[in-house]
Design a protein around this ligand. Structure first.
Ligand code: ARG
Length: 459
């Protein structure tokens, strides 16, 4: 016999098997089960307080839900595609267990406000897991920065050697990005943490509900103040996915650098074997698989952002079934981000820095040319003239195959009579670094101060 749907009364023929499968979401939204039960229990408690549910009904709902929760946790719950989604699966099981009290649970509620509530509860828990994981990754980068507050490396623009920086300073750039990422997550949480329940299908309900009470029970900071908006918008999910995309984009940049630095041609770092794999054909290979995958997965998360924003575009008010498509991209975004943050914090502890190779690269690229120009400016030459003088000196050194610091004083003075033998202190990488001694600069003392500042910030 054809199983009756919760809404079958109005229909003269059953849906086809294909339509049933096409419209069902239980195979993915069962992930919301625990939040669905939490929301239902708060709703029932509120209905009881409002005098809509009896003591006996509330008690039955509570004990029925407790049993269902254990069945789900034990993997014994029989999820049925013909019951469409997580909400109807749980409600049916409750009704099978406790009878009419189970059927009363849906009073003053719709799946539209129910699902919006479930997603918000789920997403809030994800954000609460993600923020400390960003903090842990920051700590791992700060530890590395601290070990290398004095380690010289070339800073690049256009991927050409530009000026000396410290490896610690370079790591701190990512710490700053991650700090803003954590801020964005926490900011997004404020808008996630509002209660849709009470909006019912779209227009509210005729029952004497107390939405602020339900909100308090569920730990929401506020209620959604318009019922049509409450059931229909998914901007909070888009915002989260945008914030997650930025984390992934930041990590894709770091990944790209790790990959480049580990290339034998560059040889700045080594990544611990446990994050690399070999080749099935080339015995010499050690590939930086983890950073490569992070770089790849960043595209996947940004793709989810596109999917969600296009899902929302041009949807008329209020709820439309389109919104059922919000879950898979959202779930995968959180899963991918959480796994990436976990692995990354560990991987950064497995980085070996090859200081000699970094220093040698600084010495090859005329990285202190700007320091020589600044030196001449301090001796009174206008910057544009000084730039020209140094360009000529660089050309000469390049022709000789030596660094600026390797030119003797007489040769340097041939480019400008302002040059004296104190010039060599600014031409070394260490001299160059030491002079960039201001907030946000790369002088080792500033790098240490920036690390201390970051360590004091709330996680
Ligand atoms: N499974 C649906 C979703 O994820 C639940 C809401 C269904 N509401 C409806 N009126 N069909 O959006």
């Amino acid at each position: 016999m054809q199983e009756q749907h919760a809404w079958s009364g109005r229909f003269s023929e059953p849906v086809s098997e294909l339509v049933k499968k096409y419209t069902a979401s239980v195979h993915f939204d069962l992930r919301l089960a625990e939040f669905d039960i939490e929301g239902s229990l708060a709703h029932a408690t509120m209905l009881h307080k409002a005098g809509v549910l009896s003591d006996a009904d509330l008690a039955a709902i509570r004990s029925g839900m407790a049993d269902i929760l254990s069945e789900i946790r034990a993997g014994e719950f029989d999820w049925r595609v013909d019951l469409e989604d997580v909400h109807m699966n749980i409600e049916r099981r409750l009704t099978d267990k406790i009878g009419d009290a189970g059927k009363r649970l849906h009073t003053g509620r719709s799946r539209n406000d129910q699902v919006a509530t479930d997603i918000r509860l789920w997403l809030r828990a994800q954000i609460d897991a993600i923020v400390p994981l960003i903090g842990a990754l920051k700590t791992s980068l700060l530890d590395l920065a601290e070990q290398h507050a004095d380690t010289v490396m070339p800073g690049f623009t256009h991927l050409q050697v530009a000026q000396p920086v410290t490896f610690g300073h370079h790591m701190l750039a990512y710490v700053e990005m991650l700090s803003r990422d954590a801020e964005r997550m926490s900011d997004c949480r404020r808008r996630v943490n509002r209660l849709p329940l009470g909006a019912a299908a779209l227009a509210g309900t005729t029952f004497p509900i107390d939405r602020h009470y339900t909100a308090a029970l569920l730990g929401f900071d506020d209620v959604c103040h318009n019922s049509l908006d409450a059931v229909s918008d998914r901007d909070f999910a888009i915002e989260f996915t945008a914030a997650a995309s930025l984390v992934m984009v930041h990590l894709s940049r770091l990944s790209e650098e790790l990959i480049l630095w580990m290339s034998p041609r560059v040889g700045f770092i080594d990544i611990a074997d446990r994050f690399c794999t070999g080749s099935s054909i080339m015995p010499q290979k050690k590939n930086p698989d983890v950073p490569e995958l992070v770089r790849g997965k960043s595209g996947r998360v940004v793709g989810h952002l596109m999917a969600l924003i296009m899902l929302m575009k041009a949807q008329p008010l209020a709820y439309n079934k389109d919104n059922q498509e919000d879950k898979e991209p959202l779930f995968d975004t959180a899963d991918t981000l959480i796994d990436t943050l976990r692995i990354y914090a560990d991987m950064m502890r497995g980085i070996t820095v090859k200081k000699e190779a970094m220093r040698a690269a600084v010495l090859q690229g005329f990285a202190t040319a700007t320091d020589l120009a600044d030196y001449l400016v301090k001796k009174g030459l206008p910057f544009r003239d000084s730039h020209e003088v140094v360009a000529l000196a660089v050309r000469h050194a390049e022709g000789q195959g030596v660094d600026l610091a390797e030119l003797d004083l007489a040769t340097l003075q041939g480019f400008s009579a302002l040059i004296a033998d104190d010039v060599y202190t600014v031409l070394t990488p260490e001299g160059s670094l030491a002079q960039r001694d201001h907030v946000g600069g790369t002088a080792p003392a500033q790098v240490r101060a920036a690390i201390a500042r970051q360590r004091q910030l709330p996680a």
